[in-house]
Design a protein around this ligand. Structure first.
Ligand SMILES: N[C@@H](CCC(=O)N[C@@H](CS)C(=O)NCC(=O)O)C(=O)O
Length: 109
């Protein structure tokens, strides 16, 4: 079973939503925010920069919420959350998916 290291009020929610949609259980390890709304020291033992989300699956650690979502879709052969490869819709989806982290998140936070 996948283990999800989930900082409260974080992008770990993206992973939880997808896991729930896929009907996949996970072992969730929650981390409270500090008074400064940062990640606690404990997350530095999981991620070199102390960030969340991180998942563990079959002994592999995977960080970056977008990568985790792509991983889960591929692992479960899911076709409900992404258009089929080779279509124009697929590339529009990929562009929006990357836009969220590369262009939107830095100005939204
Ligand atoms: N690009 C990364 C961003 C990871 C990230 O910055 N996570 C935030 C929560 S959404 C975090 O761990 N912040 C705590 C901190 O920096 O102290 C991703 O998509 O996973």
């Amino acid at each position: 079973m996948i283990t999800l290291h989930a900082l409260k009020f974080s992008r770990a929610t993206r992973v939880l939503w997808l896991l729930e949609d896929l009907g996949q259980p996970c072992q969730r390890i929650d981390y409270d925010r500090t008074d400064e709304f940062r990640a606690p020291e404990a997350l530095s033992k999981i991620h070199p920069l102390g960030k969340s989300p991180v998942i563990e699956d079959d002994g592999e650690m995977i960080a970056e919420s977008s990568t985790i979502l792509r991983y889960l879709v591929a692992k479960h052969g899911d076709h409900g959350h992404r258009p089929d490869r080779g279509t124009a819709d697929y590339w529009r989806h990929e562009a929006l998916f990357d836009y969220v982290e590369s262009s939107f998140a830095p100005v939204a936070i």
